[in-house]
Design a protein around this ligand. Structure first.
Ligand code: AMP
Ligand code: GLY
Length: 433
């Protein structure tokens, strides 16, 4: 068995870590990978180009490829591998439209009765301005296409909404991604991410998590790729999960299959748990980052078995057993991220953290220079800790984060606080031991 993981972030480090533990590090490779992944498994070429990855997969006699990020999926890596007879887990370009076009996702949900915010799809700035009147404020303005998580503006007032339309559609801040906009009703509630693995027909739940998208404590500051996560989400009870499987996952998979866009792979359901039940905020056609770093350690079942079954359309009757622990992951970032930041800073303290029990360190923007780990990106590491409950996992995660140091280091200090509030344990931080 030879598995290739495509991607270079902490999410892919977590995937590689889990797969290497199951089948042995010599059976796993990763492209492009990063400095942390390189310590576990061999790396392939530094590219996200499907044709070059195909060449590498052939040369390495890879039996199954799993794709972490959305970009290679949007470029049709699954179409190419399938055409060439190589097994791969991830949706085709046509099925990836669930993430690559928000307008497509909204219209699909409308066609199949999936609960989501009411919306208007707008092909001109005038149409978008007219839509504002329909929804009132706050209102949400979204670029249709991919924008690295930055194409969504939750606008409290008219002026902010107008500016979003101007930036996205007129100034084309994200290029053609903003040539079409979705203007939608603003939902209120708790936000949770729910993950399933689909084989095109049915799906297996993989668990839930909550992300922290803003740069600073208290959900303030600009949106980032994600500053930390915990799993599971206390709001995703087994009842809620069953409801989401029935009202969201099943109709979406059936609808995609009926429309010739059979969906195979990980599916990320971004949910708002409102007073009227769960509503879909977005779909992503992959695992989340940093959610994967806290969800994958919870998986007790063999992930490789589930992935192979999903890729070959034979998931029926399987389930994913989860541990009863909780995990908290804190992203350690470069000061200034998501704006401008410096790189090349020496990262201290990794050895001490790696000696801690129940702590995992997943690398994202790291490089090695003269044998030392240095920073090479905005999100540098995700530091993940296990606990029997949220207070212990949070305390342990921050004990580890505090051992790590580099010039300009930035981490939020309140990751997991929402779980403490939800479980009535705010103010009761456990000891890290
Ligand atoms: P997205 O990229 O679609 O996940 O949107 C980014 C963030 O914007 C989400 O995580 C939500 O916090 C927020 N958001 C998106 N759509 C809505 C909505 N209809 N109502 C309230 N918040 C939203
Ligand atoms: N954590 C959000 C994402 O992966 O899109």
């Amino acid at each position: 068995m030879n598995v290739l993981v495509v991607g270079s972030g902490a999410r892919e480090h977590a995937l590689v870590w889990k797969l290497a533990a199951e089948i042995g590090a010599d059976q796993v490779c990763c492209a492009p990978g990063n400095a942390g992944i390189e310590r576990l498994v061999r790396l392939g070429p530094s590219t996200q180009d499907p044709a070059r990855l195909l060449e590498f997969a052939r040369q390495e006699r890879v039996d199954l490829t799993v794709v972490g990020p959305e970009l290679p999926l949007s470029r049709g890596i699954t179409n190419l591998f399938a055409r060439e007879g190589l097994a791969i887990l991830g949706p085709t370009r046509e099925a990836a439209a669930l993430e690559t076009s928000k307008a497509f996702a909204k219209e699909l949900m409308a066609r199949y009765g999936v609960p989501t915010a009411s919306f208007a799809i707008c092909d001109s700035a005038d149409a978008a301005r007219r839509a504002l009147a329909r929804f009132g404020f706050p209102v949400v303005v979204k670029a249709d296409g991919l924008a690295a998580g930055k194409g969504v503006v939750v606008a409290p007032d008219h002026e902010t909404a107008e500016r979003a339309i101007e930036d996205l559609m007129v100034q084309r801040k994200f290029g053609e991604s903003g040539d079409r906009l979705v203007v939608e009703e603003c939902l209120a509630g708790e936000e949770a991410s729910f993950f399933v693995l689909s084989d095109g027909h049915g799906a297996v739940p993989l668990g839930s998590a909550q992300d922290h998208k803003r740069a600073f404590d208290g959900d303030r500051g600009p949106n980032t790729g994600g500053m930390g996560a915990f799993a599971p989400s206390p709001f995703m009870t087994s009842r809620m999960e069953a409801r989401v499987m029935r009202d969201v996952v099943a109709p979406v998979l059936d609808g995609m299959a009926a429309e010739g866009r059979e969906y195979r792979g990980f599916l990320y359901c971004g949910l708002m748990l409102t007073a009227n039940g769960p509503q879909v905020v977005e779909f992503n056609v992959r695992l989340g980052d940093p959610e994967a770093q806290v969800v994958l350690p919870l998986v007790e079942s063999s992930l490789i078995d589930l992935m192979q079954a999903a890729a070959s359309g034979t998931l029926d009757g399987r389930q994913c057993v989860l541990k009863r622990d909780v995990y908290v992951g804190v992203v350690v970032a470069s000061g200034g991220y998501p704006g401008a930041y410096e790189t090349g800073k020496v990262v201290e303290g990794l050895d001490a953290v790696e000696r801690m029990t129940d702590v995992l360190v997943f690398h994202a923007g790291t490089r090695v220079r003269e044998g030392r780990v240095i920073t090479g990106g905005g999100r540098v590491l995700t530091v993940v800790a296990r606990g029997d409950d949220y207070p212990h996992a949070i305390a342990r995660a921050y004990a580890a984060v505090d051992l790590i140091d580099f010039d300009g280091k930035h981490a939020r200090r309140d990751i997991g606080r929402k779980a403490l509030i939800a479980t009535g344990r705010e103010g009761s931080l456990g000891s890290p031991a």
